[in-house]
Design a protein. Structure first.
Length: 232
């Protein structure tokens, strides 16, 4: 199809092309602020060790070195594998809320979703994401307290010896860059709406068998007897 023909299609169907884009714009209008000035979040990232205390004695043992060291390290890995599942649960958020209340720290928002955790070998990494730099520091400190003092309640297998959690890093707050999807999502929705409008216009033009020009009549193999010029 020639460019002039596309231009005529655009002039006839512009409203059909624009309609889905306008609808998408109205739907995403509240989120357009994230494109220009997205909300700022703050992050605390800390590494910790977590393991049940070893029972083996260091002096005067007759067991091989591997038994006295390898077994506690292996147990530590098992602990770190299970810890993230507790950290991301509702019970952990409730425990952190309880610690904050005990310290008379009022944080009105829900803490669910503020915690992310990952583990590699015997090292547990805790992430706390929040929208206030002072509050995220207090939440992270309360989270460490929960890990150190309340793990025995949620892990019955540690009833004999609670898990020892030792922070390896200080609590440092850093600004978290907004996700690129957060900034581009409104624009992507508008672009999809515009693309849908172009598709609808092409479909409508394909289904429309009206004849609008001399060239279209001659393309059908018919002779033009007369032509009424457009009113100017």
């Amino acid at each position: 199809m020639e460019l002039i023909a596309l231009w005529h299609v655009f002039k006839r169907r512009w409203w059909l092309m624009a309609l889905p884009a306008v609808v998408a714009l109205l739907v995403t209008l509240p989120a357009l602020q994230n494109v220009v000035s997205p909300d700022i979040s703050y992050l605390v990232q800390m590494r910790l060790t977590a393991a049940a205390p070893p029972d083996a004695e260091i002096e005067g043992v007759t067991t091989p070195y591997e038994d006295t060291v390898y077994v506690p390290l292996l147990a530590s890995e098992y602990v770190v594998v299970n810890m993230p599942h507790w950290i991301t649960s509702d019970s952990f958020a409730d425990e952190v809320r309880t610690v904050l209340d005990e310290r008379s720290i009022a944080i009105p928002d829900d803490l669910n979703g503020a915690f992310i955790a990952d583990g590699f070998r015997s090292i547990l990494t805790l992430y706390v994401v929040w929208d206030d730099p002072n509050e995220v520091q207090q939440i992270a400190d309360a989270a460490i307290t929960v890990l150190q003092t309340r793990n025995q309640t949620y892990f019955p297998q540690f009833a004999a010896a609670p898990v020892e959690v030792v922070p390896l890093d200080e609590i440092e707050v850093s600004e978290l860059a907004p996700a690129i999807t957060t900034r581009l999502a409104p624009l992507i929705r508008i672009f999809v709406g515009l693309a849908a409008g172009v598709g609808l216009a092409i479909l409508a033009e394909y289904l429309d068998h009206s004849v609008r020009s001399r060239a279209e009549v001659e393309a059908l193999g018919l002779r033009v007897l007369a032509e009424i010029p457009p009113e100017r």
